[in-house]
Design a protein around this ligand. Structure first.
Ligand code: ATP
Length: 345
């Protein structure tokens, strides 16, 4: 099911939780809503679900205007961070719940429900667990059952709010890979909220980066990582070095360093680059002299802290033989890949 969100606004006293959100989600996409705490991710998900009404704007499910429809009428599947399984029901009863509580006319018969429950237990790879109670499951198993329950009603969209947030790091990583495979099997249009950039980049077809109730950038994980549209996205996704300099005539300059910055307005500017996009170069025109402050080696990986004209920098590389760095030395650096933003953007 395709989702179209336009001009959504939701105001709370003193804060715009949603400040004009536009978003198109294609049918079958797995999309991550990524942003720091308070950026509006949960509010957006709840408005899409129909758990919360926006002050303005529209939500379309396919061609149907769902803005005024209730949660049930929207037919969405929802999974929260804290397993919301019913403790007094078995796993099978939990999964069947959405189908059993349908009005009689739309309710499948008992045998059909039982078949569907078994299919879903297979799908979430817990075929033997139907008779257990939630308290007899691990955290990760509970979340898989919560997903099975959400999928049982064959939802138009699946909405996941930090579904693995309460689990330990190892289980989280396992479950997100599992969710990716599950999505490839079901092709269900899915939106999931996370504040974990690694989770978003690994799992999603597209990532929506949110900032203070607005969409800052939408793109594939690769686009978001390689072509961040703003300093905010650059710093939020992965590690970033920031160097302050000047742009004149489309060239960024700082100490000896000179780089192309076409399209950036003249004036103070900031150069953003990832630690692994910084290489040691021959001294000469356009290279940045820097002093090595410290070097750490871990297996084949080397990280170095440097100082360039009073500005701190981090360099990362994977072949320490190629990088004879030692504290106190002066080296020359050249960025392989970078972005320049005018100050104040
Ligand atoms: N019921 C409410 N009453 C007042 N303010 C609220 C309410 N719900 C959310 N807010 C505010 O709206 C903003 C967005 O909140 P929201 O929960 O959508 O953010 P989030 O990105 O999901 O954050 P988190 O990652 O912490 O869950 C925050 O400033 C929050 O304090």
């Amino acid at each position: 099911m395709q989702l179209t969100i336009s001009s959504l606004r939701k105001q709370y006293p003193g804060v715009a939780a949603l400040d004009g959100v536009d978003l198109d989600i294609r049918s079958g996409e797995l999309v991550a809503l990524l942003g720091p705490s308070g950026s509006g991710k949960t509010t957006l998900l709840r408005v899409i679900a129909g758990l919360l009404h926006a002050d303005a704007g529209r939500v379309l499910f396919g061609d149907v205007d769902a803005t005024r429809l209730s949660l049930r009428e929207r037919n969405v599947g929802f999974v929260f961070q804290h397993y919301a399984l019913f403790r007094h029901m078995t796993v099978a009863e939990n999964i069947a719940f959405g189908l059993r509580s349908r009005p009689r006319k739309r309710r499948p018969d008992k045998a059909t429900i039982a078949r569907r429950v078994q299919e879903l237990l297979q799908l979430v790879q817990l075929p033997e667990h139907g008779g257990r109670y939630p308290d007899q499951l691990s955290g990760g198993q509970k979340q898989r059952i919560a997903l099975a329950r959400a999928l049982a009603i064959d939802p138009a969209v699946l909405l996941l709010d930090e579904p693995f947030g309460a689990l330990d790091a190892k289980v989280r990583v396992e479950l997100r890979r599992w969710l990716r495979k599950l999505h490839e099997q079901t092709g269900q249009t899915t939106l999931f909220v996370t504040h974990d950039q690694e989770e978003a980049l690994e799992l999603a077809d597209r990532v929506v980066v949110m900032r203070a109730g607005r969409v800052e950038q939408v793109g594939t994980p690769d686009e978001i990582y390689r072509e961040p549209a703003s300093p905010y996205v650059f710093e939020f996704i992965g590690r970033a070095n920031v160097l302050h300099g000047q742009v004149t005539g489309g060239r960024f300059r700082m100490d000896g360093l000179e780089l192309d910055a076409a399209g950036v307005a003249d004036g103070p500017a900031r150069l953003y680059l990832r630690p692994h996009d910084l290489a040691v170069a021959e001294p000469g025109a356009g290279a940045l002299p820097a002093t090595v402050r410290g070097v750490q080696r871990l297996g084949g990986r080397i990280t170095a802290e440097l100082d360039a004209g009073g500005q701190a920098l981090e360099l990362e590389a994977f072949d320490s033989d190629a990088l004879p760095l030692a504290a106190g030395e002066t080296v020359h650096l050249r960025p392989a890949r970078y972005r320049v933003f005018a100050a104040g953007t």
